[in-house]
Design a protein around this ligand. Structure first.
Ligand SMILES: NC(=O)c1ccc[n+]([C@@H]2O[C@H](COP(=O)([O-])OP(=O)(O)OC[C@H]3O[C@@H](n4cnc5c(N)ncnc54)[C@H](O)[C@@H]3O)[C@@H](O)[C@H]2O)c1
Ligand SMILES: Nc1ncnc2c1ncn2[C@@H]1O[C@H](COP(=O)(O)OP(=O)(O)O)[C@@H](O)[C@H]1O
Ligand SMILES: O=C(O)C1=C[C@@H](OP(=O)(O)O)[C@@H](O)[C@H](O)C1
Length: 542
């Protein structure tokens, strides 16, 4: 956004807490605060009830919309609007323009009973004058709630929250990181990263859907419970679908069970799927969405680091077959990805570390800053303990790594959704990695196999004189410091070679690798000499 614009604009019913909570948010973020009503009173030199009494509501709305238009382009703090302001068409247009430029309009959704009581308490609200104030408030609520819901791009429920708690929720939404993914010939979408990102569920799904298939695994039950509550509050009918954990969920038998159930429960083409869990759950959820009635909307809520940085974004959906992993599926992009980092609180250490394999990969192929952050914080990352993550200094580091890695992924998939060229670079370390996974019967975790695969690719590039040995050492040292494996000797060269020939990048009888010729600069390596391929294997055998 160019020029000065509010960090956030808060809208909501009278008594929702726009002024009280908005002020608190501004204090927490050390930003200035402006309340439209207070500014109007200052400008017209009288109280709002007096202005209403003397000039009437239409005149008030004119003053109000002019002040709002001005403030939207000349203020860089937290801006709270008066309750009725967003009902004025000129204000709606101004807010739409502000959001187009990346602005946040936050609908502070208080419990109607609580807000109504609070609005009646202090007086000074002319819209409630002249009869039963509660009935008036309720009538306004019925008119305004649907408009506010549709208008805002951030929704924060404050039911039963103290002003401080509500402010913290708002602050989390403001501090959220958003990565935009362009989809050539399709609908763009956002990856939202941060505490409370899941609160966007209803906003991303929109009003079109009636039923939601909520697909998740048992270990993330408490996170899917939250998703279900958010969906129900928003008025959706939710079918809770628990699938077997990890790879056991990515089968045609599981998919078939879900198709049967969607049929029985009357899911239509306008209904939607939400996937909550690790990469296996989001891959399966995406596959169901891609195939049900030839494609319905879906939203991914990844809960593992690997799913947040990699699996949930990019539109590769699929299941495994007896022939191998991910052999059946389709490219089908989600309507949005909500990487709610509060879910990391329950993530086991080894699953977190595995995810760092893909983070490091993104650093090697595209973003040296990722490598710097990993190096600087290796010890803390290696000691990851979800229970103490939230609110700790490490949380910021993890959020930064997630955002940067998603940006790398977004750049590659935006340019090449169907993996015709650039997207293949995301496969750095995967040619050997996939072979290891297969030989290990998928008991080796993906990110760990990719770590060894990157060392293999670096060794290969070094043998061929494409990179110096220093860069190979850099691979080994970094991955090792994060607790990732750098060697493997679980199978024969012949088996590995045969599997690498079946890699998706291979062409005809020729092997095809991704290697680096420098950090941040991946290249394709076609048909390398057989002795180099074997020598690199010898070097990772450890
Ligand atoms: N679609 C893609 O582009 C893409 C990219 C990379 C990987 N993948 C796929 O992703 C899968 C690997 O993903 P993964 O590493 O997340 O594995 P996973 O889905 O098997 O999850 C690992 C384990 O962690 C548990 N878990 C996840 N989040 C948790 C949380 N917050 N708290 C407690 N437990 C939690 C899961 O239930 C599971 O037991 C593979 O199937 C792989 O093929 C897909
Ligand atoms: N979450 C909350 N819990 C308790 N009291 C609140 C809360 N939010 C606001 N209040 C109080 O309710 C009253 C109305 O809040 P205010 O911020 O003026 O609402 P608005 O600006 O949305 O009309 C104030 O006295 C405020 O201190
Ligand atoms: O709802 C409304 O139409 C109004 C709400 C008030 O703001 P609060 O919501 O801050 O009370 C104030 O702008 C004016 O009384 C009109």
């Amino acid at each position: 956004m160019s020029g000065r614009h509010p960090v956030a604009v808060i809208i909501g019913m009278m008594g929702a807490g726009k002024t009280r909570v908005g002020r608190e948010v501004a204090q927490m973020l050390r930003l200035p605060f402006l309340d439209a009503d207070i500014e109007i009173e200052r400008e017209v030199g009288m109280s709002i009830p007096d202005y209403f009494a003397q000039y009437g509501e239409p005149a008030f709305r004119r003053v109000e919309s002019e002040l709002i238009a001005r403030t939207l382009s000349d203020f860089d703090g937290i801006f709270a609007l008066g309750g009725g302001a967003p009902m004025t068409p000129a204000v709606q247009d101004a807010l739409a323009g502000y959001m187009d430029e990346g602005g946040r309009v936050i609908y502070l959704q208080a419990d109607p009973k609580e807000a109504m009581e609070r609005a009646n308490r202090g007086g000074g609200r002319p819209m409630l004058d002249g009869g039963d104030a509660n009935a008036r408030w309720m009538r306004l609520y019925e008119q305004r709630d649907p408009v506010f819901t549709a208008l805002a791009n951030v929704h924060v429920r404050t039911h039963g929250s103290t002003p401080q708690m509500a402010a913290r929720k708002v602050m989390n939404m403001i501090e959220e990181r958003v990565v935009h993914v362009d989809v050539a010939g399709g609908d763009d979408y956002n990856v939202r990263i941060g505490e409370g990102a899941m609160n966007h569920l209803a906003g991303v799904l929109g009003p079109g859907a009636h039923r939601i298939a909520l697909i998740h695994t048992q270990p993330v039950q408490r996170h899917s419970d939250r998703a279900r509550a958010l969906l129900r509050q928003a008025g959706y009918e939710v079918s809770d679908i628990v699938i077997p954990d990890a790879e056991a969920g990515k089968t045609v038998t599981v998919a078939n069970g879900i198709w049967e159930r969607l049929g029985r429960e009357g899911f239509t083409r306008s209904d939607a799927v939400v996937g909550v869990g690790g990469g296996a759950a989001t891959d399966l959820a995406g596959f169901i969405a891609a195939t049900w009635m030839r494609g319905v909307h879906y939203v991914n809520c990844p809960t593992s680091l690997l799913a947040m940085v990699d699996a949930s974004t990019g539109g590769k959906t699929g299941i495994n077959t007896t022939g191998g992993k991910n052999l059946a599926g389709s490219f089908y992009t989600p309507a949005g990805v909500l990487a709610d980092t509060t879910t990391l609180a329950s993530l086991p250490n080894d699953i977190f570390i595995e995810g760092l394999g893909e983070v490091a990969k993104s650093g090697f192929i595209s973003d040296p800053e990722i490598l710097r952050i990993l190096r600087e914080h290796a010890a803390e990352l290696r000691a990851f303990d979800g229970a103490s993550l939230l609110g700790s200094p490490l949380e910021d580091v993890v959020d930064e790594l997630i955002e940067r890695t998603v940006r790398v992924k977004a750049r590659h998939v935006s340019a090449d959704l169907k993996e015709a060229g650039l997207r293949e670079f995301l496969n750095y370390g995967h040619t050997m990695g996939h072979a290891i996974e297969k030989i290990e019967h998928f008991r080796w975790r993906h990110g760990n196999a990719v770590a060894v695969g990157m060392v293999y690719a670096a060794e290969l590039a070094s043998i061929l004189g494409i990179i110096d040995d220093d860069l190979v050492v850099e691979h080994r040292t970094l991955l090792d410091s994060l607790g990732l494996p750098t060697s493997w000797n679980g199978g024969s060269y012949e088996d590995v070679l045969a599997l690498m020939h079946r890699d998706k990048k291979a062409r005809g009888n020729r092997l095809r690798f991704v290697v680096l010729d420098a950090i941040g600069h991946p290249i394709h390596l076609d048909d390398p000499p057989a002795d180099a391929v074997e020598e690199a294997f010898r070097r990772i055998a450890g």
